[in-house]
Design a protein around this ligand. Structure first.
Ligand code: C5P
Length: 237
């Protein structure tokens, strides 16, 4: 199940298709976030599926349980492969999301949750949200809530993979952005690691955007990152 997901952080469908056309030999798993989804809507998801790509729809739903359940019912019809919610919405909301997503044949896309955004700091928790606990404790606690609700796993920084696997078990999926090749720029990411280290730490999926989308040869960079990740994952097993 281990795989590399390319973050398609493009403003529109045209730019996205120009990028995907550079892949002639493979059909990478892709992540579509709010920008592209709001620009192009559901027809674009169908087009990407028809091209043969798996889709992680990164919309981070967070609302009252009934609204999230209804929204997930709509998303379930789009034949996407992975979707997410904010675990801060609570266990009831996550259970409702799962219910909405599950078809009458009991099939559904993978459902994962964000614990704390990597842009959230200890100071912000304390001063703005009045949460006094250490941020890592809140991340592990949120991950346990995600597991209790029956979801498949969490998105988190690659540096938190081990503590979450320890708390929630080896089968609990960990999806990690913040991945950089040794040679690539950090951009605005702070807590980063390489594909090799992410594999060794036990990530199940790595999400990579700019190091691949801005590369001179995206397909070659994609293959290099994927090989590094899969190879180090095997060593870890
Ligand atoms: O270009 P880059 O590799 O930094 O892209 C990472 C992707 O993962 C972006 O789409 C970003 O929004 C997403 N992401 C993240 N950190 C999180 C959650 C999602 O970087 N905690």
């Amino acid at each position: 199940m281990k795989d590399l997901i390319i973050a398609l952080d493009f403003p529109n469908g045209k730019k996205t298709m120009e990028f995907l056309d550079k892949f002639t030999n493979e059909k990478p798993f892709v992540k579509i976030g709010m920008e592209l989804f709001y620009a192009e809507g559901t027809p674009f998801l169908k087009k990407i599926k028809e091209y043969g790509h798996k889709i992680f729809l990164d919309l981070k739903l967070h609302d009252i349980p009934n609204t999230v359940k209804s929204a997930m019912r709509v998303l379930a019809d789009l034949e996407i492969d992975m979707v997410n919610v904010h675990s801060a919405g609570g266990v009831m909301m996550m259970k409702a999301a799962l219910e909405g997503l599950t078809s009458s044949q009991s099939t559904r896309p993978l459902l994962i949750a964000v614990t704390q955004l990597t842009s959230t700091s200890q100071e912000m928790l304390r001063n703005e949200l009045l949460i006094q606990q250490p941020i890592n404790d809140t991340i592990v606690h949120y991950a346990k809530n995600v597991k209790e609700a029956g979801l498949d796993g969490v998105v988190c920084s690659p540096l938190e993979t081990r503590i979450i696997k320890q708390a929630c078990g080896g089968d609990f999926l960990i999806i990690t952005p913040g991945i950089r090749l040794k040679s690539s720029a950090k951009d605005d990411q702070v807590r980063i690691t390489t594909p090799t280290q992410a594999g060794k730490n036990g990530s199940d999926f790595i999400v990579i955007g700019r190091p691949i989308t801005q590369a001179e040869n995206p397909a070659e960079t994609y293959r290099k990152c994927l090989q590094e990740f899969l190879f180090s994952s095997k060593i870890q097993e």
